[in-house]
Design a protein around this ligand. Structure first.
Ligand code: NAP
Ligand code: 8YV
Length: 314
């Protein structure tokens, strides 16, 4: 059977299906992965990884006969797809099957910020309700102007899922899309006009720190910043300063610049709602992602075709 390197976790179902056709080698079984790769790297033809771990450049270089990388996630900023193309390696990912779940996470974070969900939960649990009376009033999430940075598969799902709150939706991308929302060619201008800025672009160099201090100042003290994309898209140090100094109102974050490390200063801020990168993390959606990840591997093994190649490999 061909040899597959499994980087990061996989569900039992994924592993069961993959093990019928491949000999699985788990990267986590090797304390000194470089040494193991030096002896075994040439026999690996397939890699299964995820958006967090990707494939590090030294690992990719050591896999001299690699033919395919299947990513358990849609974001592949930790895989050098251009290098893969140069070497004739196919890269696949899991678009579409997670759109609705990640959109739900974005809406969840926005509503948690507006209605102070965590503060009021603590109000009940701590006994403050009995001791001090009602908690302070919150803000209504209805009728807001919401700027979406990134209007691809998930951005469009977020826009659709927000409809019951009757928003005015603006969006910013590099190229205008055929969607029923207002395009704004300048991100800072969109932030000035928005009550909420939702970030849902890919990560990587082209979006690094796109949301900088100027954008956050433009969003302003009554503004809410939501990030379900990648931590690298926001200048995290500038965001902590803006939230601490009251130049930015609230932040709801699923992703962080150096996750799983989250700066203590950010953890201490009361005007934030923080999630541990769980945008797609439900049983149902992870099952669908896992199925597509394995379907891509088995299809490639069977006849060299794949279902969902990354754009660079199409
Ligand atoms: P997609 O369909 O490729 O959409 C990406 C959007 O971002 C496009 O509208 C694109 O438009 C825009 N964009 C790209 N580069 C940009 C730039 N430099 N400036 C402004 N806009 C830019 O991707 P998707 O399926 O919606 O997924 C988006 C990302 O969400 C993934 O890559 C991943 O990082 C993240 N994600 C996170 C989670 C989570 O658990 N939190 C789960 C799934 C996905 P233009 O090309 O016209 O600019
Ligand atoms: C996953 C994601 O958490 O799909 C993505 O881009 O960020 C998430 O769905 C990640 O890929 C790990 O599987």
């Amino acid at each position: 059977m061909p040899d597959l390197l499994q980087i990061g976790g996989a569900t039992d179902e994924m592993t069961a299906r993959v093990s019928e056709k491949f000999t699985i080698h788990k990267a986590s079984d090797h304390a000194d992965l470089s040494a193991w790769l030096a002896d075994n790297g040439d026999k690996i033809t397939h890699v299964q990884t995820n958006g967090h771990d990707g494939v590090k450049p030294d690992v990719m270089a050591a896999l001299t006969n690699l033919k395919m990388i299947s990513c358990y996630g849609v974001g592949y900023d930790n895989i050098d797809a251009n290098e893969a193309v140069r070497r004739g390696i196919m890269v696949t990912h899991t678009p579409n099957v997670l759109n609705e779940e990640v959109a739900t996470t974005a809406v969840l974070l926005m509503l948690a910020c507006y209605r102070e969900l965590l503060r009021d939960d603590a109000w009940v649990r701590s006994g403050a309700w009995e001791a001090k009376g009602n908690s302070p009033l919150t803000r209504s999430a209805d009728d807001q102007t919401i700027g979406i940075l990134g209007m691809g598969r998930i951005g469009q799902a977020i826009a659709a899922k927000l409809a019951p709150w009757n928003p005015t939706i603006l969006y910013h991308t590099r190229s205008e899309k055929d969607v029923p929302y207002q395009y704004v060619g300048d991100l800072t201008e969109m932030a000035i006009k928005s009550d909420v800025l939702i970030v849902i672009t890919p990560g990587g160099p082209s979006t690094h720190h796109l949301v900088n201090a100027d954008v956050m100042n433009a969003l302003g003290p009554k503004g809410t910043l939501i990030n379900v994309a990648r931590g690298t898209v926001i200048d995290e140090t500038a965001m902590i300063a803006a939230l601490s100094e009251g130049r930015l109102g609230w932040a709801g974050l699923d992703v962080f610049e150096h996750e799983p490390k989250v700066p203590q200063a950010l953890r201490d801020l009361p005007n934030t709602t923080l999630l541990p990168h769980v945008g797609s993390a439900t049983h149902e959606t992870r099952a669908a992602m896992g199925k597509l990840t394995v379907d891509n591997l088995l299809s490639h093994l069977n006849d060299g075709t794949v279902i969902s190649p990354v754009p660079e490999c199409q």
